[in-house]
Structures are given as structure tokens and as C-alpha cells.
Design a protein around this ligand. Structure first.
Ligand code: FDA
Length: 309
């Protein structure tokens, strides 16, 4: 892993930086490239704009590692309000959340209970819910909660990371549940003991896992989100889909708001389903550092915004 990437991922987990850096106007200005704003209203406006361009969306309220159950309850209440708002607006929007945002660091029992309340509400409104995957120390607990929830709710999906050596085994253990999987490369700082250190291995594993998931459609995999901006990988996926006779409406590409706009349009024009993940909220610092780390050249945009207003 490059030095800049390493420093940015270290910064993403640094409490002092999280509290202090967002106070600087140029940092706040730079983050607008990746999010439409801090409020739900700004995210909903982005939903409408993207919908007009033919994109589906998924909303995520930024925040992770809450330190009290009251904070976790507030997050649950927020997501219940989001479900209500997207239902009232008739938006084809899903939601995506982190279990540490619902208290996983404190106690898995209320986390699961809050998830159940969210899934009950989503079910009643016909909405789909994704569970993000966080750093490797949370994977066992996240899989355990996902497996319990999936037995009761069909409309819940889980994100898995191709940089982890274990993910092939995790896919195998989840298949009997007929899961929905969003596949990503992985965004956290992980040791070589758990994750491939080289990009080419992460990419190769991504393609292997994606093909495995696509092969299991629809009997043992319900829904697949190919979540990447990597053009080489999206090219491979299209080829695999053609070879397996999987039509474009049986899976979707997912990308982040503000990243790969041209690629998003191109895929949509080719008839693929593209879903854009829109993040919003004031707790954006760790998430933003991970976005910078994905492409260290992004740091230049931050530097430039010191001078350009
Ligand atoms: P890669 O990093 O190789 O990038 C490929 C190309 O895309 C780059 O060369 C660049 O052109 C462009 N690009 C990628 N990131 C960019 C950025 N930040 N700024 C500008 N250009 C960029 N991770 C995780 O661990 N848990 C999760 O739950 C999720 N959830 C999730 C949902 C969705 C919808 C997406 C798209 C991604 C995630 N991720 C995630 C993040 C994921 O793990 C990964 O870090 C990023 O998607 C970047 O990896 P790529 O697959 O795009 O490839």
C-alpha cells in the first residue's frame, strides 16, 4: 500500500482529526465533490436529479462507531424517517447502513433489534436495505447478524469485500440463505494477514467472486450489486454476463455519487441498471478520508480548493 494511501487511512480512524479538520472551510468545500450536502433534503434533491437521468439510487446517512445506544437509536429513527420520505416521494431508492452506526461496538442485541425495526418498516413500504461491511474485525459479527435477519427478511443485502482472503468462504456459507450481495474491493486499512496487499490480487479475486455470484443467480443468489468504478472490471462483468446468458436487468452496477460520472452514463446508455450511492450527513470525515485514499490524486483537489473558491 502506498504511503499517501496509508496516511489517509490512518487519518480516517484518527479521533483528533475527525473532530478538528472538518472545521476548516477548504476541507468542507472539497468534500462537496463526493456528497450533495449534509442534509437528507440535499440527498433527496440529488435522488430526483439522478432519477431524471435514468439512475436508481441508494442513500446512506454518514456515521459509524457510535459510542452510546441513544446515538444508535437516533440513527434508527433517522432511517425510519428516510424510508418514509422516499416512499412518499415514490423514489426507487434503497438505503444502506453500517452496523456500528446502530451500536455494534456496544452490544449486538440492540443493533439487531434496531435492524429488525428498520427492516419491518422497509418491508411494509417495499424498500430494500443494504448492510455495509466495515473493517475486518466486524466481519464475523456482521455476517452473524445478516444471517439471522436474512432468514426472516428477503429484502436485505450484505456488502462483501474482495480484498479479504476469507470472502470466498463467506460467500459459500451464505449461499444456502439465498442472499443479496453487493461486491466491493474494500476500503479499510487491513494487515496482510487478512487482506491481499496487491491491487492485482484484489482485482482478480473481485472477478472470481463476481463470476461465482453470477453463476448462482437466481436460485442461490437473489440480487447482485457490482459496486466498482473500475472500468476493466465492469468490462469483465459484461463479458461474464453475456457468456452466462444473464440479461442486464438481472444485476446492477453500483457507483458512488460524484465518481465515474461518465462511466455511469455509458453503462446506463448500454442498457445496464446503474445505482448511485448518495452519502450525506455531518459525520463525513472518516468516510471522506477513505474516498481520498482510494485515489490519492484526490488530495490535489483538496489542495486546489485552498485557492479556488
Ligand atoms: P479502484 O479503487 O481500483 O478504482 C478504479 C478507478 O475508479 C480509479 O482508477 C479511479 O479512476 C476511480 N475511483 C475510485 N475511487 C475513486 C475516488 N474515491 N475518487 C475518484 N476516483 C475514484 N467499501 C467497504 O469496505 N465497505 C462498504 O460497505 C462499501 N460500500 C460501497 C458501496 C458502493 C456502491 C461503492 C461503489 C463502493 C463501496 N465501498 C465499500 C468502497 C469500495 O470498497 C472501494 O473502496 C471503492 O469503490 C473504490 O474501489 P473501485 O472498485 O472503484 O476500484
Amino acid at each position: 500500500m502506498g504511503l499517501t494511501k496509508n496516511i489517509l487511512l490512518w487519518a480516517s480512524a484518527n479521533r483528533w482529526m475527525k473532530e478538528h479538520l472538518p472545521r476548516y472551510r477548504f476541507v468542507r468545500h472539497a468534500v462537496t465533490r463526493f456528497m450533495p450536502g449534509e442534509t437528507l433534503q440535499s440527498a433527496l434533491e440529488a435522488v430526483v436529479g439522478l432519477q431524471k437521468e435514468g439512475f436508481s439510487t441508494v442513500l446512506t446517512y454518514l456515521g459509524e462507531n457510535v459510542t452510546t445506544l441513544d446515538e444508535a437509536k437516533a440513527v434508527r429513527d433517522h432511517y425510519l424517517a428516510v424510508l418514509d420520505a422516499v416512499h412518499k416521494g415514490a423514489h426507487p431508492t434503497e438505503i444502506s447502513l453500517k452496523l456500528t452506526q446502530l451500536g455494534l461496538d456496544l452490544d449486538p442485541a440492540p443493533t439487531r433489534a434496531y435492524m429488525e425495526e428498520i427492516l419491518e418498516a422497509a418491508h411494509a413500504l417495499g424498500k430494500f436495505v443494504w448492510i455495509d461491511i466495515e473493517s475486518s474485525s466486524y466481519v464475523d459479527r456482521t455476517l452473524e447478524i445478516y444471517s439471522t435477519l436474512r432468514k426472516r427478511y428477503p429484502h436485505v443485502g450484505l456488502c462483501l469485500q474482495s480484498y479479504l482472503y476469507r470472502t470466498g468462504d463467506d460467500v459459500a456459507s451464505l449461499l444456502p440463505l439465498q442472499p443479496s450481495i453487493r461486491l466491493v474491493k474494500g476500503a479499510y486499512r487491513e494487515p496482510e494477514s487478512v487482506a491481499y496487499p496487491k491491487k492485482e490480487d484484489v482485482d482478480r479475486n473481485y472477478i472470481t467472486l463476481a463470476e461465482r455470484l453470477m453463476t448462482e443467480l437466481p436460485s442461490r443468489i437473489m440480487k447482485i450489486g457490482i459496486a466498482t468504478h473500475d472500468k476493466s472490471i465492469t468490462g469483465h462483468i459484461k463479458t461474464i454476463a453475456r457468456r452466462l446468458g444473464i440479461s442486464p436487468d438481472r444485476f446492477e452496477f453500483q457507483m458512488l455519487y460524484g465518481i465515474g460520472r461518465q462511466a455511469q452514463r455509458q453503462l446506463a446508455q448500454e442498457g445496464y441498471h446503474v445505482r448511485v450511492l448518495i452519502s450525506y450527513g455531518s459525520a463525513w470525515f472518516p468516510w471522506y478520508m477513505r474516498r481520498l485514499a482510494e485515489r490519492p490524486a484526490n488530495v490535489w483537489f483538496v489542495a486546489k480548493s485552498l485557492f479556488v473558491r
